[in-house]
Ligand binder design. Structure first.
Ligand code: G4F
Length: 339
């Protein structure tokens, strides 16, 4: 039985990846920071099948002890802040977790389990103000947020540890990937969840920022398969993962409201406070290297993604309406984690 350690197991990707690895017979260990039980909702269904250990990307000693105890064969580093606007509020903390945290983990791996395989969650946000389209592994980075700058550092330190110490360390440059487990702050989930509430008469507006930004949106369940495939190759390498299709936020809104048989113009309000200090206008992947070497292709289309997210949010909101008042608040808190 192979052992996989996942940092960030309580997040959208961590929970999908844990399920994927359990299906393949792995011993799955999740590293979590000390915090309240509410944050474990996304992994509630598999809680008995996984182990959780406490660990912190800020604490070198704790990381070393965790690796000594777990002895993983595969390490998936999915931890860190993921909401881009928050990185302007906490630029230093973003650097500590998202950038230096990766050095700490890689260095602990180098000393404790140098034959393990390491996956770093890199991000298409690193391409930022894009130098070419579509973006591929060789496209230069131009980060546009503290988040993206920290991710670029983490990407390069992963490459550096591979080249300096011969570690099997890969970086997956993932474009936006979504689904019913996405947090409510991210634009796709904000749209599907608010639209479901509008449909059911609980809300009458949806406030958004820049509708013109274009993203390459895929389904998170497809993307964790790519992470695993990267760690099964004869040699460590870096891969761009995305669908190759770009859609604007406006197109996403239109498709969601059309599916619900609503006219989006009646509900959407542009709120300048939601516009970012520096925007990433267009991201679209050239994932041909992943297709060629990993045999990876996305299985869920743009419209299928929208439909599965809207269906899940309609079911969630209807369920909350049926939930007695006392339980309503905790159900709302669980909203981000319900599949
Ligand atoms: O959903 P978003 O917040 O995702 P963003 O910034 O693209 O980042 C996500 O994908 C990255 C991969 O490329 C990850 F690395 C990162 O961790 C995260 O998962 O925003 C998407 C777009 C932006 O252009 C934003 O300006 O939607 C635009 N937008 C317009 N109105 C909004 C809103 N975004 C949010 N979150 N909320 C709005 O009301």
């Amino acid at each position: 039985m192979r052992t996989a350690l996942i940092t960030g197991i309580t997040g959208q990707d961590g929970s999908h990846l844990a399920e994927f690895l359990l299906d393949r017979g792995y011993r799955v260990v999740g590293m979590t920071r000390r915090r309240s039980g509410g944050a474990l909702d996304r992994i509630a269904a598999i809680r008995e099948q996984i182990e959780l250990v406490e660990g912190d990307l800020l604490d070198q000693t704790a990381l070393t002890r965790t690796l000594e105890r777990v002895q993983p064969e595969e390490i998936y580093n999915l931890a860190g802040l993921s909401f881009v606007p928050a990185s302007w509020q906490q630029p230093v903390a973003t650097g500590e977790f998202t950038a230096l945290g990766v050095t700490r983990l890689l260095d602990a791996m180098r000393l404790v389990c140098p034959t393990a395989r390491f996956y770093q969650a890199s991000s298409s946000e690193m391409f930022g103000k894009v130098r070419e389209s579509p973006q591929r592994e060789t496209t230069p980075f131009y980060p546009r947020s503290p988040y993206a700058a920290a991710k670029a550092y983490a990407h390069y330190i992963t490459v550096n540890y591979r080249e300096s110490y011969g570690l099997y360390a890969c970086s997956g440059i993932l474009f936006n990937h979504e689904g019913p487990r996405r947090g409510l702050d991210f634009v796709t989930r904000k749209i599907t969840h608010t639209a479901a509430r509008i449909k059911l008469g609980l809300e009458d507006e949806l406030r958004l920022g820049n509708l013109q930004a274009k993203r390459d949106w895929g389904y998170a369940g497809d993307y964790v398969r790519a992470m695993w495939l990267m760690l099964q190759q004869p040699q460590a390498d870096d891969f761009v993962i995305g669908t190759g299709e770009a859609h604007s936020v406006a197109e996403f809104v239109e498709a969601v409201f059309a599916y619900l048989d609503l006219d989006w113009r009646r509900y959407v309000i542009i709120d300048p406070q939601l516009v970012r200090p520096a925007e990433v206008d267009l991201l679209v992947a050239d994932a041909s290297k992943a297709r060629r070497i990993l045999g990876w292709e996305p299985e869920v289309s743009f419209l299928e993604l929208i439909h599965l997210m809207v269906d899940a949010d309609l079911a969630l909101v209807r369920n909350q309406l049926r939930t007695p008042r006392a339980e309503h608040r905790s159900a709302r808190r669980r909203a981000v984690g319900v599949a």
